[in-house]
Design a protein around this ligand. Sequence first.
Ligand code: IMP
Length: 493
Amino acid sequence: MANRIIYEPSKTLLEFRLLPGMTAKDCSADAVSLKTPLVYSAGGEKKYTLNIPMVAAAMQSVSGERMGIELARKGGAAFIYCSQAIASQADMIKKIKNYKAGFVTPETIMPDMKIEELQKQSERTGYSIFPIVDENNSLLGMIGRNDYDVSIHGGMKVSERMIRREKIEAGVDLSDLKAANALLIESHQPVLPVVDREDRLLYLVFRKDIREHLDNPFELVDEKKRLIAAAAINTHDFRDRVPALVEAGVDVVAIDSSDGHSAFQEDAIRWIGSNYPSLPVIGGNVVTASGYLFLAECGAAAVKVGMGSGSICITQEQKGTGRGLATAVIEVCSARDAFFEKTGKYIPVAADGGINTAKDIVMALALGVDYVMMGRYFARMEESPTEKIEINNRIMKPYWGEGSARAREWKSIRYYQAKFVEGVEGFVEYAGKLDNNLPETVAKIKSSMSTAGARSIEELHRVAEVEVVSALSIREGMAHDIYMPGSASEQQI
Ligand code: IMP
């Protein structure tokens, strides 16, 4: 006989709706704040407060350094995947920490390159301006699209058409964007090369980027104004991986596992707690109150919730383990609140797996989580580490689970012992850049919170009224009984 049998079916986020609450005049969508704690921090450090309640999953097809940089710049965080060699993961963390807003590491060319080759390189990379350097990386000149016409100059060398170094204004050892901006304006150039004292090229600063970089109030930065970097770890090699990540500058780590309620996680959390006491560790995943309390008592700084709900996940099918995400969230968030009442420590909760849209995010927040982790949502973006491909006239990006055969090819330590897969691989529709998606998602979340009468996520937790909906009321909530050519409703009329 099982220890516990629950007859109430477990529920997904899709089965709930948020009821409207009283919207005060100071609670318009624009006034809603989405700030939320990433991890518990005794000193309440600002760098551990997300400005949007969204982080990108620790997956090969989601979170590389580009996602790490761009999402931190927008107030979230991407957890750099650990299903790779320690050195390459540490290298990604270094790139995030060394990133300087507005300072671009340039693609350089040599002076004897032919103009026709340059044209091809420009088409392939999408760059229109190239710095020309010698073998010591010393700046010799610059060339842009206005400096040549391939039908006339195709056979000439780049050195014959470039603007020479003497005519170019460059910043020497500059690291301040405001100073770079001032020099750029004086120079009349569209781009400012930054060189070291030996005139070796370091960066380019583009005029077109500068405004965006100068005022980015959402950026998540540490005390030295470097972007926050987050990484996944596993319970096998953490004794080697964590020191390398710390050396690289990591700010927070998350244990990547489908089952966090384990002695292995306890070992990892306690080891990090005694060797790197200032490094917050996120534990998980769990789906029960006992799992949450276990990790909180071990010293986890936040806990991820969800098993079997991810879009690429077949854990429930393969092993029969898991739980509907909404039920898991409700139980765990109530354990979080009880733990807070008892200890005074607020250990945040993240919902992870199966969260695809703004309404899923809102529902998870309303049910109590502090933020969400998403794979599929971010895999569709330009900033994920995969290449776009065309399938049946649609632009797609590949997306695969960390427990899929493809991820295991990478000798994923997490699954190498497994005799079966827990994830699938497929494709998701390309959605453009984060900039084309996040503003709309954020606007929808804020608008729902305003309707519910909440100015902040913390207030949403207090005031939200949430209701289970029937299958028919879900249908009622979609467009119906109207003819829309080409849409699914066409068949229903
Ligand atoms: P998604 O946002 O629905 O695509 O789910 C992403 C989440 O699924 C990740 O953050 C992980 O928690 C989980 N996950 C990633 N890979 C696998 C897998 O291969 N099997 C099961 N769960 C996975």
